[in-house]
Design a protein around this ligand. Structure first.
Ligand code: HDE
Length: 711
């Protein structure tokens, strides 16, 4: 083969051709490649063994064109390490994002629990939280219709306590033995390996339509709860019934709730689909930005406390994780607050390697017999060995307790903490090492259990529809429409007609109107018979307003984001007034302009843009303000992304602040004068700006929804 003339090294020696970029001295090698050479205080690059490296641009070769030599230990080590950078992603909840913070206890809870973190008012316990989606892989998008994981690790003085919860208070299944089936069904189908991060396919709906116990959870995942606007605007739930145990060994049942200080908020499905394209990292970027800018998200921990006598009043079983206790019947009490105030230094080291385990409980917290929880207590330890590769995963700083600890466990892969001294066992007669403590140690609550050993589902777990119905009737009309639309859209992706029908048969047991709406939207030729129900649906359960989102809106724009579209010539005083008012409301804004370099406003100053208009569609904002200059508007209406910006904001029921000059853009986006409802606010004048900000607290113009028919 002829030698390419390019491969023959010509040129002057490296030293003759040096340059400086960003204060870094760079020099060119003989082949023209750039070298960054350590000078002054810059550390010298080394191998993992500590050996200084002379050249990190070229592998060792015979002559300039090879072959490469096996002897090149630096190359071999670098590639070897790279080849092993990945660890298995979580089998569920693979995509997640974590943050550090603290839990602050409001008042002593010693009446109910001896757990140390609840004994003193104002005491802070370090915390790490990881939020996640369930079905998608690590690289999937944030706005999947899915349950969100809400896993909290509290580094208490009596060991780590993990509350490994979700943003939905119930679950799909009642017994842990069904978990692999559920997850196989929802994840991508094994032959074609799609769809990614979506339940809208035959396998999932086949499984759930054959599993009536999942119907309550289906109502939740088809509701707006499965499309949170931000991880900061979600509730969290421990799901199972747990126990609190006090110093007298008395037990109280408890359900854990996390309530976001900024209130709940979700996005519409059409919005979610577009956000996933515009910014697949929408949720993690939001959390990162909030924490980095000092707006620390906060949740209140609340307990629903009850005893056996209270539990016995219900037809359902408090051990059944497909049921909840309505907050109106048992108001949760506030216990403390969780604040997230620091992002991890390194995503892999902390968020990826954090190992949550339901069985991590301190003395004073205990389990119930919920069969799902019992199964989880087995699964989480097992999964850590698979993912982190060694029983020493507690040696990784994110998983290590922050209280003193001592045991005789030793050796194994990557052991970092090795026992010192002679006795690595106990009892020993050398007086070495730790000893058990009947007083301080964890003593399981001594519940009395008896009964035949059988594979059985309790009859008290048999009502699968009553709480599903209660959830549905607790939603506003608009939210009910969203549930119907989500079911229609998911089932429309199901290819097997029998599965669609089977689902509608279940819906008939939940709510006839819902079933009728979905049946019609699917184009069913005839309505099926209602599914066989082990227990008839209770029609007498009252709506529980706590289960909705819109009805308990925060009535403030704090923590939300306004998108402000500007052009050259935008009214500078108006822009400044708007920016100041948004900031004062505790919210943020982004400037969107036709060019990323920014726009020159009416005062001749250049205002930098955060987004070019095609990269900052209105789906990324909670509300928008359109401040184009009249001279530019003809150019702007010709840009389809500008028209989409407005059309989407309208269709997604967002508040739209504007100047008169924006009118042609509305017309081009198909929004006529009669469509301009109370969500349109003319911003001319400072008073109007204040009025606009006040209205933004409603978050959306829900009264517009029936007119836009956005499904
Ligand atoms: Fe999980 N779950 N799960 N789960 N789960 C895992 O543990 C499992 C369940 C939840 O951010 C895995 O470390 C079984 C309910 C969260 O790292 C695994 C069953 C709830 C996270 C596992 C359940 C959850 C997980 C995968 C049925 C809400 C992410 C990787 C009995 C109350 C934690 C890992 C994080 C993760 C098993 C059901 C929440 C395989 C067997 C119910 C938030 O161990």
């Amino acid at each position: 083969m002829a030698k390419s003339s390019k491969s023959i090294v010509k040129g002057k020696p490296a030293s003759a051709r040096s340059m400086t970029i960003h204060d870094q001295k760079l020099s060119r090698g003989e082949g023209g490649e750039l070298h960054q050479v350590a000078t002054g205080d810059v550390p010298v690059l080394t191998t993992a063994q500590g050996g200084p490296v002379s050249d990190d641009q070229n592998s060792l070769k015979i002559g300039p064109r090879g072959p490469t030599l096996l002897e090149d230990f630096h190359f071999r080590e670098k590639i070897f390490h790279f080849d092993h950078e990945r660890i298995p992603e979580r089998v569920v909840h693979a995509r997640g994002y974590g943050a550090h913070g603290f839990f602050e206890n409001y008042k002593p809870m010693s009446k109910y629990t001896r757990a140390d973190l609840f004994q003193r008012a104002g005491e802070r316990t370090p915390a790490f939280v990881r939020f996640s989606t369930v079905a998608g892989s690590k690289g999937s998008f944030d706005l999947a219709r899915d349950v969100r994981g809400f896993a909290v690790k509290l580094y208490t003085q009596e060991g780590n306590w993990d509350i490994v919860g979700n943003n939905i208070p119930v679950f799909f299944i009642q017994d842990a033995i069904k978990f692999p089936d559920l997850i196989h069904a929802v994840k991508e189908e094994p032959d074609c390996a799609f769809p990614q991060a979506q339940s809208a396919h035959d396998n999932f709906w086949d499984f759930v339509s054959l599993t009536p116990e999942s119907m309550h959870m289906i109502m939740w995942v088809m509701s707006d709860r499965a499309l949170p606007r931000s991880l900061r605007f979600m509730e969290g739930f421990g799901v199972h019934t747990f126990r609190l145990v006090n110093a007298k060994n008395e037990s109280t049942f408890v359900k854990f709730h996390w309530k976001p200080k900024l209130g709940l908020q979700s996005v519409l499905w059409n919005e979610a689909v577009k956000i996933n394209g515009a910014d697949p990292d929408f949720h993690r970027r939001d959390l990162w930005t909030a924490i980095q800018s000092g707006n620390f998200p906060e949740w209140e921990l609340q307990f629903q406390l009850f005893d056996q006598a209270f539990a016995d009043k219900f037809d359902f079983d408090v051990l059944d994780p497909t049921k909840l206790i309505p907050e109106e019947l048992l108001p949760p009490i506030a216990v403390g607050r969780l604040v997230l105030d620091r992002m991890p230094d390194n995503f892999f080291a902390e968020t990826e390697q954090v190992a949550f385990m339901t069985q991590n409980v301190p003395p004073g917290i205990d389990f119930s017999n919920d069969p799902l929880l019992q199964g989880r207590n087995f699964s989480y330890l097992d999964t850590q060995l698979k993912r982190l590769g060694s029983p020493n995963f507690t040696h990784i700083p994110i998983n290590a307790p922050k209280c003193p600890f001592a045991h005789f466990q030793q050796d194994g892969h990557m052991a970092m903490r090795n026992p010192i001294g002679r006795a690595n066992y106990q009892p020993n007669s050398f007086g070495e090492g730790p000893r058990e403590s009947p007083q301080r140690g964890f003593v399981p609550f001594a519940d009395v259990e008896e009964g035949p050993k059988r594979r059985l589902r309790a009859e008290s777990f048999a009502d699968h529809y009553s709480q599903a119905r209660q959830f549905f009737i607790s939603q506003t009309e608009g939210e009910q429409d969203h549930v119907a639309a989500a079911l229609t859209s998911e089932l429309s992706k199901v290819k097997t007609p029998a599965i669609r029908e089977r689902m509608v048969a279940h819906l008939l047991n939940i709510h006839r109107d819902l079933a009728a709406k979905v049946g019609e939207a699917l184009g069913l030729k005839a309505m099926p018979k209602p599914a066989d129900a082990a227990v008839p649906t209770r029609q007498d359960l009252d709506p529980s307003p706590a289960l909705g989102i819109v009805g308990k809106g925060p009535q403030r724009f704090e923590g939300r984001k306004l998108g402000i579209l500007i052009t050259d010539g935008t009214d500078a005083p108006l822009l400044k007034a708007l920016q100041a008012a948004v900031t004062k409301a505790g919210a943020s804004f982004e400037i969107i302009a036709p060019r990323i370099g920014g726009a020159r406003t009416s005062d001749g100053k250049l205002v930098e843009a955060d987004q070019r208009i095609d990269g900052g569609p209105s789906v990324l904002y909670d509300a928008v303000a359109l401040l184009p200059a009249a001279e530019i508007i003809d150019d702007l209406v010709r840009e389809s992304t500008a028209r989409d910006f407005v059309a989407d904001a309208f269709a997604h029921c967002k508040f739209i602040g504007h100047v008169d000059a924006a009118m042609p853009l509305f017309v081009k986006a198909g929004i006529g004068k009669p469509d301009m409802d109370e969500g349109f606010v003319n911003l001319a004048g400072a008073k109007n700006v204040a009025g606009f900000i006040k209205r933004l607290g409603q978050l959306r113009v829900w009264s517009r929804e029936p007119n836009v028919k956005m499904r």
